[in-house]
Design a protein around this ligand. Structure first.
Ligand code: COA
Ligand code: MG
Length: 280
């Protein structure tokens, strides 16, 4: 099941890195890309390698690493990241199916078992060719990255962030079409005004996202909350499923729920999804 919160942690600060596992996130994305200054990358790789090697145990979140797409940096990033403890690789500014394929091959031959591979859709070209990127064998997830997209396309967000609605929807559609799990929702730089962050997260949840990248621990609790069905939602979903079982036993496909609305298999599929999300 997809983590609800994915906390980005730049790898350049070993103290912050060590504490990050206790911040409540379901997954960490340890960053070697834009969160780390060019002259700090090499030290950051060393901290990353130490951290992965020493982070073991049941209470450690899933550990992903964001790597650079510049081939020279990428190679050194992979050398640092590919070690036991790693859950998967996030590829920054992914644009080339060939490059994704070569990283997928590196993951398969690493001997580390099943590893995730998540291209970050954050350039105009990536949005344009997202189905090609997602179709590369070994790709397990997609994530939307909006800061780079906004810079690429000169976009300024209004209050409802609808300027990138098409991108957000397109990535959800491509994941559904290709049988990938729902994509990881984009980072918001808003970590002080948490009402704004919550409203944005609720919008993304309504669009089909089930987890979100975060840049600050304060965002994590909200992502966890908003991507967890409430007790009332769970109860309603369970009731519908049991009513559907009774209807099916009586030979009926469609029936009317307690609020007078039609229920059939398509509605029940959504109810099953809610129950699944409630058990992750
Ligand atoms: N991961 C883990 N811990 C974090 C964190 C993060 N992303 N962001 C902040 N913290 C920690 C701080 O170290 C501090 O810890 P402490 O209480 O032990 O001192 C605590 O949370 C409170 O932090 P705060 O003082 O509110 O923020 P800050 O000024 O230290 O940092 C940012 C603000 C934006 C610079 C920082 O959150 C950050 O670097 N975020 C990630 C940026 C990133 O990864 N960018 C690339 C991906 S888009
Ligand atoms: Mg970016």
């Amino acid at each position: 099941m997809i983590p609800r919160s994915w906390l980005y942690v730049p790898a350049d600060d070993p103290v912050r890195l060590a504490k990050a596992a206790g911040r409540g996130a379901d997954a960490l994305i340890i960053d070697l890309e834009d969160g780390v200054a060019p002259n700090a990358k090499s030290k950051a790789r060393e901290h990353l390698a130490d951290f992965l090697t020493t982070s073991t145990g049941n209470d450690v979140p899933a550990l992903w690493v964001r790597v650079n797409s510049d081939p020279e940096l990428l190679e050194e990033d992979l050398v640092a990241a590919l070690r036991p403890g790693l859950s998967g690789i996030v590829m920054a500014k992914a644009e080339s199916p060939d490059l994704i394929n070569s990283v997928a091959e590196r993951l398969r031959s690493s001997g580390l078992g099943e590893l995730g591979l998540m291209p970050l859709v954050e350039t105009g070209l990536a949005v344009f060719s997202v189905a090609d990127l997602a179709s590369v064998p070994g790709v397990t997830h997609l994530q939307v990255g909006e800061a780079d997209l906004r810079a690429d396309m000169h976009i300024t967000f209004g209050p409802d962030e609808s300027e990138l609605l098409l991108v957000r929807q397109r990535v959800v559609i491509v994941c559904a079409a290709l049988g990938l799990p729902a994509p990881i929702a984009p980072v918001s730089v808003e970590f002080r005004d948490l009402d704004v962050f919550r409203a944005g997260t609720q919008r993304l949840a309504r669009m089909g996202y089930v987890g979100r990248a975060c840049i600050h621990p304060a965002q994590v609790a909200i992502a966890n909350e908003e991507f967890t069905p409430t007790a009332a939602e769970l109860e309603q979903a369970r009731q519908l499923i049991s009513q559907a079982d009774e209807a099916a036993a009586a030979g009926r496909g469609a029936f009317v729920d307690a609020d007078g609305r039609m229920v059939d298999e398509a509605i029940i599929r959504s109810a099953r999804r809610i129950v699944n999300l409630g058990t992750r």
